[in-house]
Write a protein that binds this ligand. Sequence first.
Ligand code: HEC
Ligand code: HEC
Length: 339
Amino acid sequence: MQLSEPPRSYGNMQQLRIHVSIAVSVAAMLVQHLAQTAQPSEPIVPIPAKIPGDAKRIAIGERLFHDDRMSKDRNESCATCHPLDKGGMDSLPVAKRPDGSKHLRNTPTVFNVGLSATYNWDGIENTLEAHADRIVQTLMKMTWVELIARLRADSAYVSSFEAAYEDGVTRANILDALAVFERSLLTPNSRFDRFLRNDHNAMTQRETRGYRLFKRYGCVTCHQGANMGGNLYQKFGVFEDVSKKNVAPLDRGRVRITNVPRDEYVFRVPSLRNVAVTAPYFHDGREQELSKAVETMGKVQLGKALAREDVDLIVEFLRTLTGEFRGSLVSAPSVEAKP
Ligand code: HEC
Ligand code: HEC
């Protein structure tokens, strides 16, 4: 209906009024709904509370995730590097293999990965299925023939796959179960999310000021969306070359995939959800302290030397981003627990 056209008769006018009044009440209902769910004006939305996915498939994925038979030498599982009771990552600067050798990069948390758009520090994969397919064959050094044979030899796997999938233990179903499980690893109900849902007592005044600074300084332009990251690529060191500070052998970031010179030292912006319990920080784990990571961000991403007090306030805010997994707060390993 074009509202600019004058109504041709009383009947139309009446209809128009009805439409307008329906539209107004729908809008009012929507506003009320948004007010109850989230503050519509905020650039970050809360993590959904409802876990997506079929429970039977999630259970298979969880078992696979913790199963050493996923690796060639039966000596590591996904959970070795992504322990769910410790922030979903290993707390090492860069991941370590069972033989003691080091991976090039820091292990990101698996919590909330379903809310990211691309995976790994360079964003090499866009789906969790493709990502799992890659790690099974590279990191875990498995062939699909071998992995399927191992799982088919286990009657518990066979029966649970058959109950959840029409065609039992297949490559596609293994990848689906892992991905469905990973998507279930949401950590809702952080104090920040409660604040976003209008519980103004969920955050202290200082934490709220930290959030305001986070927006005002422009951290939120890169760390945005429900995951506060995970959906953009940015150069690490917009205002200053930080590649020389690499602790691992030089990792050139996304250029390895795209071969485009401007992608030199470009990385996927990481999620800041649960960041207080996922030290050390950055793609090579060069920073142990959250406050130092924030200082670095101010300096090299925004070209600003942040005042000490502002860094403290932002860190206090970042600590409100720790959510809950299965009813308990996501926690750091005990070594990190000391004050
Ligand atoms: C040896 C330690 C190790 C093991 C074992 C391991 N991972 Fe990882 N994981 C890593 C590292 C390191 C990265 C980052 C790799 C990169 O950026 O190049 C990563 C990245 C990921 C990511 C992407 C996260 C993000 O935010 O981008 C997911 C998802 C993931 N792993 C799931 C798994 C699953 C599923 C398994 C088992 C099949 C597994 N991992 C086994 C260390 C490990
Ligand atoms: C121009 C985009 C951009 C801006 C602005 C930005 N960041 Fe980042 N942030 C990144 C990128 C990219 C990384 C990953 C760098 C790397 O490790 O290679 C990152 C990493 C981080 C990390 C480490 C996370 C982890 O798990 O390792 C923290 C903490 C962080 N940023 C906080 C902030 C804060 C606080 C601000 C504002 C003061 C900010 N960022 C501004 C892009 C940005």
